[in-house]
Design a protein around this ligand. Structure first.
Ligand code: WTA
Length: 686
């Protein structure tokens, strides 16, 4: 009784006391504000680090109030979230790990992306621009048109028996029908699982079977530059394999891509397959919205980890919506009507967040590009920028490096004066590429916004807000609102100040991963066990004297190839699937264009011959097991692998051999057989 009285008294005193005055911190003059006057004056929502500090402090001291205010003011809810809507536990020692945001709220992502704008009188504004593989192939869709098309598809899905909570797999190229399909699922509460069009039949099958997809939506084919890719054939094989694994997809919807062949030539399975063009246009352009709880899953997206099979990362409707909308708004300084071009494929998280959802939530125009950036010439990106007057351009360092190689002329011959913001994502951007991006592509007049995030984080976590503070090439700089990063040492202790360590996140944020599909144990083991009390990102980082974060790369067995995450274990198991392979160990090495390349050490079974033909076969095996983008760059024959006495492969040594840093091999005396190291060195390049 006494205790509770004292607590009450303390609380009363605390409540009555004047709020703690924020400590004024002054920073050096912000060069970015002077260098990019248009961004600073006319676009940026946050104009200084001081302004950011105030908002950031509130976001971490009062996450409930901070996010609820935004959610209620800037988004539509059928039922608004509770005052105290946020609960989470990141500490495995305290029980089940979870994140819940906007509890009590009911909303719909599709409604927020489309209907909301149409109802407010903006139906005639452009939602999407489509730029096809061949110059001249193009389309535009207003918000009203996009809504009708999405509704038609939503009605077709319902007619197939797809209900709230059912899974729909999407295996499509970058055509407007892909974001339409995502939005149609969201509208009826179905959960989309987009599979990147570069994945093989085998990888597609695993994903279809994993979520027991009720429908697969695919496309007849697509052109990548001059090369046709027969998606339907891969999809058919994927369905066959999924069936063999125990799940038969009842219905496949096929968009006939008129740019790639006649529809008569598309293989259709009777009773299962239907053409989009036959099925969807007959449906009604009206479809009621399915209001869902804020925590209702919006999508499932598979990603690679350090071990075994890819994980199905689950995101929730309300949190993802608010977080992605806000990061789009602040990080790219997006205003309604801006033409926003994110070059990522919707098969990756960047495409989910910043092709489909983010731009629409901000009533911008999202540009969807089917082709490749160097086709027909390395000027293509800048021609597209000029043609559609793109304001925000968002891509990966690997693309910047590959275009840089062709020289400045391809850039200089285009105007590019519409550009204001140049985003970067996927890997740390090397300062050379950063400078070329800013000075050549952006003519020194655009902010470069480096954005660190992951499939698991839903949206940007560490970013430089445009013109709010001075950029440093190679650093994504400071945490976004509500994000509390920290650096941990090997013992899991947070290291303060200027330091280096493993990048972790201390508390939940609205866009946080809600789980690994069907596997709470794996969710906790992967992300919350390595550093109890924290979300473990898998990245290393450094913090400098200005508090800026510098990502140093993965600390786990994940390789980042052209901004694509590839688990070494996945490539290894693909290689071992070949009948002649006994064992393999895969490591990353520095690659001038891709960032990292894949270096595979392979041991053959007793009696098998090491040959160049076999090397080719092994590469083909990886292409068919995972997809072309995961094909090893180097196959290094390894009659033996360096192992500890307990049988663990010492990858540290393999990485040094791949990098040709032979004087840095370190201590090899703990190996079961130290002689294998010299054999491997001798086999380099053979
Ligand atoms: C890396 C892609 C440095 C990082 C959005 C992360 C980055 C992984 C950056 C996530 C960046 C992404 N600077 N590294 N700006 N952005 N990464 O899940 O290693 O495909 O853990 O999401 O990419 O890859 P994912």
């Amino acid at each position: 009784m006494l205790v509770s009285f004292i607590t009450l008294l303390r609380k009363a005193r605390h409540d009555g006391a004047a709020p703690e005055a924020p400590k004024p911190v002054s920073y050096p003059p912000n060069k970015a504000a002077e260098e990019y006057p248009d961004v600073w004056q006319n676009m940026a929502y946050i104009k200084s680090r001081e302004e950011y500090d105030v908002m950031y402090q509130r976001s971490i001291k009062d996450p409930n109030g901070f996010w609820r205010d935004i959610a209620v003011k800037e988004y539509a809810w059928q039922t608004e979230p509770h005052e105290h809507h946020y609960t989470s536990n990141f500490d495995v020692r305290k029980g089940k790990v979870f994140s819940r945001w906007f509890r009590g709220g009911k909303t719909n992502m599709c409604y927020n992306c489309l209907d909301r704008h149409v109802e407010a009188g903006h139906g005639g504004e452009r939602a999407f621009i489509f730029e096809g593989n061949s110059p001249g192939v193009q389309a535009e869709a207003t918000y009203a048109e996009a809504l009708s098309e999405v509704n038609r598809l939503a009605n077709w899905l319902k007619a197939q028996g797809v209900r709230r909570g059912d899974f729909v797999a999407l295996y499509m190229p970058m055509i407007l029908e892909l974001p339409y399909a995502m939005l149609a699922c969201a509208r009826i509460g179905a959960v989309h699982a987009v599979v990147f069009g570069g994945f093989s039949a085998e990888a597609l099958a695993g994903r279809i079977e994993g979520c027991k997809a009720k429908v697969l939506i695919t496309c007849s084919a697509t052109m990548r530059g001059a090369k046709p890719v027969n998606l339907k054939a891969i999809a058919d094989e994927g369905c066959e394999h999924a069936k063999a694994k125990g799940h038969e997809v009842p219905k496949v919807l096929v968009y006939h891509n008129p740019e790639c062949g006649k529809r008569e030539d598309v293989n259709m399975v009777a009773g299962r397959d239907e053409f989009w063009q036959d099925a969807v246009p007959h449906q009604s352009p009206q479809c009621p919205v399915e209001w869902v709880d804020a925590e209702h899953p919006l999508f499932l997206l598979y990603t690679s980890g350090s071990t075994g099979k890819p994980k199905g990362v689950v995101h929730a409707t309300g949190g993802f919506m608010v977080f992605v909308g806000q990061t789009t708004k602040y990080v790219f300084a997006v205003h309604p009507g801006d033409v926003f071009w994110c070059t990522a494929d919707c098969g990756w998280v960047t495409g989910h967040s910043y092709v489909t959802y983010g731009p629409l939530l901000q009533r911008a125009t999202s540009l969807v590009f089917e082709g490749v950036p160097t086709y027909p010439t390395p000027s293509r990106c800048w021609e597209v920028v000029d043609k559609w007057q793109v304001k925000q351009f968002y891509t990966a360092p690997t693309l910047i490096r590959s275009l840089m190689r062709f020289g400045d002329d391809y850039v200089a011959r285009c105007d590019r004066s519409s550009l204001r913001i140049l985003g970067s994502v996927g890997e740390p951007i090397n300062p050379e590429a950063w400078r070329w991006y800013r000075d050549v592509v952006g003519s020194g007049k655009c902010c470069v916004c480096d954005t660190w995030f992951q499939t698991e984080t839903g949206g940007h976590m560490i970013v430089n807000l445009p013109s709010a503070w001075t950029e440093k090439p190679g650093s994504a700089s400071l945490p976004f609102f509500g994000v509390q990063p920290c650096l941990c040492d090997e013992k899991g202790r947070e290291v303060p100040g200027v330091a280096e360590g493993t990048l972790c996140i201390k508390t939940s944020w609205p866009g946080a991963i809600r789980g690994v599909f069907g596997d709470q144990k794996r969710f906790e083991e992967t992300y919350f066990k390595p550093f109890p009390g924290h979300y473990f990102s898998g990245d290393g980082a450094r913090r400098d004297e200005d508090g800026y974060y510098w990502i140093t790369g993965r600390v786990d067995d994940v390789i980042n190839v052209s901004g694509h995450r590839i688990g070494t274990a996945e490539v290894e198991s693909a290689l071992v699937a070949h009948k002649h392979v006994a064992e393999s160990a895969v490591v990353g090495y520095n690659h001038p264009i891709k960032g990292q390349g894949i270096w595979a050490f392979v041991t053959l079974k007793e009696g098998e011959e090491y040959s160049d033909t076999l090397k080719k076969e092994l590469i083909t095996t990886v292409r068919t097991e995972i997809g072309p983008f995961a094909a090893p760059d180097v196959i290094h024959w390894a009659p033996g692998l360096p192992k500890t006495r307990s049988g663990k492969i010492m990858r540290r040594i393999l990485r040094k051999i791949a990098a040709n840093k032979l004087d840095e091999l370190g201590d090899t005396s703990t190996l079961a057989d130290p002689a294998v190291v010299q054999v491997l060195i001798d086999m380099r390049g053979k």
